[in-house]
Design a protein around this ligand. Structure first.
Ligand code: ZN
Length: 425
């Protein structure tokens, strides 16, 4: 994360008054602490450019509110005076990240310091259930997660939901999620009303954008400022980090890489167009080629766990199954072809592949990397490589939780200055 100059609002203008100045300075200090394990007050003053006395005063407030904690002494040099260090704490403040996808709902709940309090994935046929049932089920899973977080001592202060589709982030409306058959769904409002007495803000964002954030903050290529993330589910989405910032475009709709047309004579996509990239590399395309008897959308069959489907394919590949080997080689080549378009556009250092792509990386990557080398104009000097995510299927929900944390850190006064919230139940 880039640090902002001291005493400035994120937009760069000086804060309007003492309250805004305090808010901006508290946020500066918390951002420093989020990006480091622990720091002394002197380090925070130096890194933020704030006066030592300002840091001490504000730190006293943060300690009193238990947003930070003293963690003992830090020795600077051989003869330096030991300094007391502090770290982000907030064990009583919960951030709930969720993801709804074609065949599962995932939750990732943390406290302010990122300590994981609840993490699970529930198999759910969101594609076949319709938006009303899906919102109700999402609400039930959220309530269970909130209960688990409360047992761990944290009260959620925000919920963010990752959705595989176009999201109007400002209004919390899913404009279009083709693989869920959702259109103009006011998800934030609907989920808030299902949650009722919880009354915490609900935000909605695109799954790949949130997963890209998770990769940038805590993934295998964490801190790489030019990074593309690809989700490999039934749908394929992308999140682009450029210069350390998430690229959103004019309306937040950037990263719809699954719908790049790569084959004008190809199959019809969930979005209604022909030959989109995800019809070549999405999980449904792989399953159809590798084990047609288990293809998505066959009538009268229960929805299998996506992890089990992928594990079946991995077992087949490990034992040298010819049909599966050919299917994965073909998907790998298409993966490299699409990746080369992104590399030509954005010049990333790494393309992190998540979801099922990561589970089958050892078989997919040789084919994908070959194509990338062949098709990227600036190769080999561009040094772009595919790497497999280590965050698993939970990347988007993890990113959603860290977005909630980021919102708290950007304006800590919302939780510091409000009276204690009554228990949600
Ligand atoms: Zn499409």
């Amino acid at each position: 994360m880039t640090s902002k100059p001291p005493n400035r609002t994120p937009g760069g203008a000086p804060p309007a008054g003492p309250a805004a100045l305090r808010r901006a300075n508290l946020a500066l200090m918390l951002r420093e602490l989020r990006d480091h394990t622990s720091l002394s007050r002197a380090h925070i003053a130096k890194a933020t450019g704030l006066h030592r006395a300002t840091v001490s005063n504000l730190m006293a407030e943060l300690l009193e509110r238990r947003l930070v904690r003293e963690i003992g002494v830090e020795h600077v040099g051989a003869v330096g005076r030991p300094r007391r260090a502090v770290a982000l704490h907030g064990a009583h403040i919960g951030a709930l990240g969720m993801e709804i996808n074609v065949d599962y709902i995932a939750v990732h709940g943390t406290d302010l310091s990122g300590r994981v309090l609840v993490e699970r994935r529930v198999v759910y046929d969101a594609m076949g259930s319709g938006p009303d049932n899906a919102v109700r089920r999402l609400g039930l899973v959220a309530k269970e997660a909130v209960e688990a977080m409360r047992r761990a001592g944290a009260v959620p202060t925000g919920i963010a939901v990752a959705v595989p589709g176009l999201v109007d982030v400002t209004r919390g409306v899913v404009t279009l999620a083709p693989n869920l058959y959702w259109h103009e769904l006011p998800l934030a409002e609907r989920l808030s009303s299902v949650l009722g007495p919880l009354s915490v803000p609900v935000r909605v964002d695109n799954d790949a954008n949130l997963a890209a954030l998770a990769e940038y903050t805590s993934g295998v290529a964490a801190g790489t400022p030019h990074l593309v993330y690809l989700t490999g589910e039934v749908g394929v989405g992308g999140g682009i980090i450029s210069g350390g910032e998430l690229l959103r475009g004019a309306d937040g709709y950037s990263g719809e890489v699954g719908h790049l047309r790569v084959d004008p004579n190809g199959d019809q996509c969930g979005c209604g167009r022909i030959g989109c990239w995800e019809t070549k590399v999405g999980l449904a395309a792989l399953v159809r080629a590798a084990m047609p008897e288990q293809a998505y959308g066959l009538p009268g069959r229960p929805v299998p766990d996506p992890g089990e489907r992928v594990a079946d394919i991995a077992r087949g590949l490990a034992s040298g199954d010819r049909r599966m080997t050919m299917a994965v080689a073909q998907v790998g080549e298409w993966l490299g072809l699409g990746g080369s378009i992104l590399a030509n556009l954005f010049n990333p250092r790494v393309i992190v592949i998540g979801g099922y792509f990561a589970s089958l990386a050892q078989w997919l990557l040789p084919h994908a990397q070959d194509q990338l080398q062949r098709l990227v104009v600036a190769a080999p000097t561009a040094q772009c490589r595919f790497v497999a995510s280590t965050l698993g299927f939970g990347a988007a929900s993890r990113g959603a939780a860290s977005m909630v944390v980021n919102h708290i850190i950007d304006d800590p006064t919302t939780i510091m200055d409000s009276p204690p919230r009554p228990a949600p139940y």
